[in-house]
Design a protein around this ligand. Structure first.
Ligand SMILES: [Ca+2]
Ligand SMILES: [Ca+2]
Length: 564
């Protein structure tokens, strides 16, 4: 009895904390009024008499969903008990396949990063192992329906070409990741050669030349600077990423672009050749390090670390292409060298052209984050249980306890945009019983929208020595200039789903094309292939690999997506 009372009090406290959500009130909890045994959508508790369902879920780190802080408290709020089947994240995919094959499934399968691809989902739906959720959503959600209205791209991404929705998504917006074809430049070196941040490809050329010819790092030797470096393996470190976008829209992940409503293959375009000419000019004038073609991200960061360890051997690069500067701490220990870098805004090409890819369509939505299987005894109960997590309040609730995992911001504490912050994130003490086990994290859907993240308290100066998340602040602030010139999301390319019988052929051509483009790109830059004499051969080889067939399949998939 005492325990029950304590639980009620805890629950009431939790509800008070969430007072901004008017529908959330025990007093307003309406009686069960439908055949599914649930209260009206948007109210708590969800059921009058306790009900339960079973969730198979990925385990993340040391988490145990059965004992997480959130589990008990949400059971009290919802009056729904969840039985957890916890599966290690290694091998989760296989376990899902086995579960589908077994013919006996838990009510729900939920997983970090998504349980099924669009193609897998469609296959299971065709076998009757997943059922359309459209009517359940219509009947038993309020917040998820609103979420879909507010996120039309997510609705398209989770809908199949047959018009149905078979799974529930999560949303995890990473603002700087969505504009991650970036360029970092050493501000100290710029000061040393008396130049400002370049805004055009010509100005950048002049800056790199000054780095080469002058003693930009100030060690007395004018010849030990690497003006520009990148690498072949890494996240958005592409040579034909940032710099190419001064000549033509270029997304090296797909090499596709939307032109007049349909897809074209960028390396077939004259603008791509012009971009390669510029890169070839940088290389021919020894401004782009040849190590760019052999390094990976960690070797590049080691170049910078060596420079710190022995200033006489200083050879760190002045400018780097990439989503992160190589010199960030995760690569280089405790050094502060990353603070010398500025994120360079996208630069304009000779014709004033400037753009950058926008990756929200392939990054924000966690597709099939949660499946309600054909064996689910009460899909409406599950929809009601998960519905609230599509609100900002429900997502914030998942952060944990006030005073332990978070607190309200004081007046004057600022957020990422320099406005009054809403929430300050705190760190769970290591001796806390829920340390590392507060929430189900992204294994159960959340709506981690741009505004949830940006209204957290943040430092205003990324070089502030008193903060430990300066890189995140720098990335956030530097991304603004990218967002300003980025392609509209409606001109971005989603993950394309081709019919099941085309998948292997599509993947085969895609892999060959990409590999051939990347190899040829390097040869064009280094002069092993000539941009005038060998261009036609390059184009013919793309056709020989199957470019036309590939683009036909891609365009059909793309127009299906647009028409959803
Ligand atoms: Ca030099
Ligand atoms: Ca020098």
């Amino acid at each position: 009895m005492k325990r029950t009372l304590e639980r009620v009090i805890t629950t009431l406290l939790a509800l008070t904390m969430l007072a901004c959500l008017p529908a959330l009130s025990l007093a307003e909890a309406a009686p069960v009024n439908n055949e599914y045994g649930v209260t009206p959508a948007g109210t708590f508790p969800i059921t009058a008499e306790k009900q339960e369902f079973t969730v198979m879920i990925t385990q993340w780190a040391d988490q145990d969903p059965a004992t997480a802080w959130i589990t008990d408290i949400y059971e009290d709020m919802s009056n729904v008990h969840v039985n957890w089947i916890v599966v290690p994240s290694d091998g989760f995919k296989d376990r899902v396949a086995i579960t589908f094959a077994s013919g006996s499934m838990p009510d729900v399968i939920a997983g970090m990063g998504g349980v099924l691809t669009a193609a897998e989902e469609l296959q299971y739906a065709a076998q009757g192992l997943l059922q359309p959720l459209d009517e359940v959503i219509e009947r038993s959600s309020i917040h998820f329906k609103q979420f879909l209205e507010e996120n039309p791209q997510t609705r398209k991404l989770i809908s199949q070409d047959d018009g149905h929705i078979y799974s529930l998504p999560g949303l995890a917006v990473c603002y700087h990741c969505n504009y991650s074809q970036k360029f970092f430049i050493n501000k100290v070196w710029l000061d040393n050669v008396g130049m400002g941040l370049p805004t055009t490809t010509d100005e950048l050329y002049d800056v790199l030349k000054a780095f080469k010819e002058q003693d930009a790092n100030g060690n007395g030797d004018p010849n030990d600077e690497i003006p520009l470096i990148t690498c072949l393996l890494g996240w958005h470190v592409d040579l034909d990423g940032y710099l190419m976008n001064a000549f033509i829209y270029s997304d090296p992940d797909t090499y596709m672009a939307v032109e007049d409503g349909s897809l074209i293959y960028t390396p077939t375009q004259e603008g791509y050749r012009e971009g390669l000419r510029y890169l070839n000019k940088l290389y021919a004038n020894e401004l782009l390090s040849p190590e760019s073609f052999t390094n990976n991200e960690s070797t590049n960061s080691k170049i910078n670390v060596a420079a710190i360890a022995d200033p006489k051997d200083w050879e760190n690069s002045a400018a780097v292409i990439g989503s992160y500067p190589f010199a960030y701490q995760n690569y280089s220990g405790d050094t502060d060298i990353w603070k010398q870098y500025e994120i360079l805004a996208p630069i304009a090409g000779p014709d004033g052209f400037v753009t950058t890819p926008e990756y929200s369509l392939v990054r924000d939505t966690i597709r099939a984050n949660m499946l309600i299987t054909k064996d689910a005894k009460n899909p409406d109960l599950i929809m009601r249980w998960v519905d609230w997590f599509y609100t900002k309040e429900g997502t914030r609730f998942r952060d944990g306890r006030e005073g332990i995992e978070w607190r309200y911001a004081e007046p004057g504490e600022l957020d990422f945009n320099g406005n009054q912050a809403e929430i300050v994130s705190l760190t769970t003490p290591e001796d806390d019983p829920f340390y590392g086990n507060v929430d189900w994290t992204q294994s159960i859907v959340i709506n981690s929208s741009k505004s949830v993240r940006e209204t957290l308290k943040a430092a205003q100066d990324f070089r502030d020595p008193t903060i430990n998340n300066g890189t995140e602040v720098q990335l956030f602030q530097g991304t603004k200039a990218y967002e300003a010139v980025a392609r509209d999301v409606n001109q971005s390319i989603p993950g394309l789903s081709v019919p099941i019988d085309q998948i292997s052929e599509y993947a085969r051509i895609e892999t060959e094309l990409k590999s051939y483009v990347k190899t040829s790109m390097v040869k064009f830059i280094t002069g092993d292939m000539d941009l005038d004499k060998d261009w036609d051969t390059f184009q013919n080889n793309l056709k020989r690999i199957g470019l036309e067939q590939y683009m036909e399949m891609a365009n059909t998939a793309y127009s299906n997506f647009i028409n959803r």
